[in-house]
Write a protein that binds this ligand. Structure first.
Ligand code: FUB
Length: 339
C-alpha cells in the first residue's frame, strides 16, 4: 500500500504571488504544516485530515487522522511532491486514535518525526519515529516519549546544537487535565476555570543527544505582558492555546502560537529559548475555519509562514496548507498578516 502511494505529484504552474494565496496541494486535505529546509530542499510535515464521519465537538473528536504524508518542494512556487504515507497509525504499537500536528528534526544522519496521538487509554502522548530520509517512511519507537503528554510538539535546535521540544494544547489537547502533574480524567474540559489566575502555559523541555528522550525537567513557557505580569486565563485574545513554534531572529527567540478560541496567531519574545517571554502582539488574523496552526522558516534569506485554512472544503476538520511571506519589522515586531 505504501508503494502505491509514493510519488503522487501535483504540479502548480503558477507565479510565486498566485502560489502564496493557494492551497499547496488539493488531492488530499492537509493541516498543521511544520516546514523545514533539509539539504537545500523544503519539506513540510502536515497532519493529513480525513472525513471520518465523527460529529464536531469541543473535544476535537472530528479530527480523527490516521496517517502522515510528507510534502516537499525545491523552492517556494515550485512543484509540490507528496511522498505518500510516511507513518501509519496501525504501525504505532501504543496508539489509540487521532494523529495530530507533527514536527520533524534532523541530527547526525537521522530524521526524527515527532507526533501526538491518543494512547489506548485515550490520553494524548507524544511519540517519535526515525528515518534515514526526510521523506520517510518513519519507524516509530515502541513506546511514547517518557514523561510526554498533550499535543503539538515543535522541536527547535539552537546554534549550540541543543534541541528543545515545545508542546501542549488546551481543551481537546488535554493540557488542563495535567494541571496537577498527573492526568485527571475528570478534570476541566476547558481551562483552569479561574479567570484571574495565570493562564495555562505551553511546555518546554530539553531533548537528549539521541533526540529520543526528554533530558531534564518539563518547564512552563511563561508569557508576561510588558509590565512583567503573566497573561491571565481570561485573556483569550492573548493567552496560549495550542500550536506553538520557535524561531530565532537577530539573536531573539520568537515563541509563536495560536490563541485558539479567538483564532489569532500571536508572538512573544525572549533572550532565552526557555523564556520568560514578553507578549508582542498578533501576527495573523483569523483564517477561515476554527483552528489556526503555523510554522516559520527562513528560505534563502526570506522568512515564510506555513499555515492552513479551509478554502477547499469549507469544513473545519478538512483543511489545506498554504504559505506566505513573514516580515520582521526593524523594531523586532512581526508584521500583521491578514490572510
Ligand atoms: O489538527 C488537530 C489539531 O488542530 C492540532 O493539533 C491543533 O494545533 C489544531 O490545529
Amino acid at each position: 500500500e505504501k508503494e502505491k502511494e509514493v510519488n503522487v505529484e501535483e504540479t502548480k504552474e503558477t507565479t510565486e504571488k498566485e502560489f502564496l494565496t493557494q492551497p499547496l496541494v488539493s488531492h488530499i486535505y492537509t493541516a498543521d504544516p511544520s516546514a523545514h529546509v533539509f539539504d537545500g530542499k523544503i519539506y513540510i510535515y502536515p497532519s493529513h485530515d480525513i472525513d471520518a464521519g465523527i460529529p464536531e465537538n469541543d473535544n476535537g473528536d472530528h479530527f480523527d487522522m490516521r496517517d502522515y504524508h510528507v510534502l516537499s518542494m525545491d523552492s517556494i512556487g515550485g512543484k509540490v511532491t507528496d511522498h505518500g504515507i510516511a507513518l501509519d497509525i496501525k504501525d504505532i504499537p501504543w496508539a489509540g486514535r487521532q494523529l495530530w500536528a507533527p514536527d520533524a528534526a534532523y541530527k547526525n544522519g537521522t530524521y526524527y518525526l515527532y507526533f501526538p496521538v491518543k494512547d489506548k487509554d485515550d490520553v494524548f502522548r507524544i511519540g517519535v519515529a526515525t528515518s534515514k530520509s526526510p521523506q520517510g517512511p518513519f519507524t516509530p519507537e515502541k513506546e511514547p516519549i517518557k514523561g510526554s503528554f498533550s499535543i503539538d510538539p515543535a522541536v527547535f535546535t539552537d546554534n549550540d546544537g541543543t534541541s528543545y521540544m515545545y508542546f501542549g494544547g488546551i481543551w481537546g489537547g488535554q493540557l488542563q487535565q495535567w494541571a496537577s502533574g498527573k492526568f485527571d480524567a475528570n478534570g476541566s474540559k476547558t481551562d483552569l476555570e479561574d479567570p484571574n489566575i495565570p493562564s495555562l502555559s505551553c511546555k518546554v523541555v530539553k531533548l537528549s543527544n539521541d533526540m529520543l528522550h526528554f533530558d531534564g525537567p518539563v518547564q512552563d513557557v511563561v508569557i508576561n505582558d510588558s509590565n512583567g505580569k503573566p497573561l491571565l486565563t481570561s485573556d483569550h485574545e492573548r493567552r496560549f492555546f495550542e500550536g506553538s513554534w520557535m524561531h530565532k531572529y537577530n539573536n531573539k527567540y520568537y515563541f509563536t502560537y495560536s490563541t485558539g478560541d479567538t483564532h489569532y496567531l500571536a508572538y512573544a519574545t525572549s533572550d532565552k529559548p526557555t523564556g520568560p517571554f514578553v507578549y508582542g502582539g498578533h501576527f495573523m488574523t483569523p483564517v477561515q475555519g476554527w483552528t489556526t496552526h503555523h510554522s516559520i522558516v527562513e528560505i534563502n534569506g526570506k522568512w515564510y509562514i506555513f499555515y492552513h485554512d479551509t478554502q477547499l472544503s469549507g469544513k473545519t476538520h478538512l483543511r489545506n496548507v498554504k504559505v506566505t511571506e513573514l516580515t520582521h519589522n526593524a523594531d523586532g515586531s512581526l508584521e500583521l498578516i491578514n490572510p
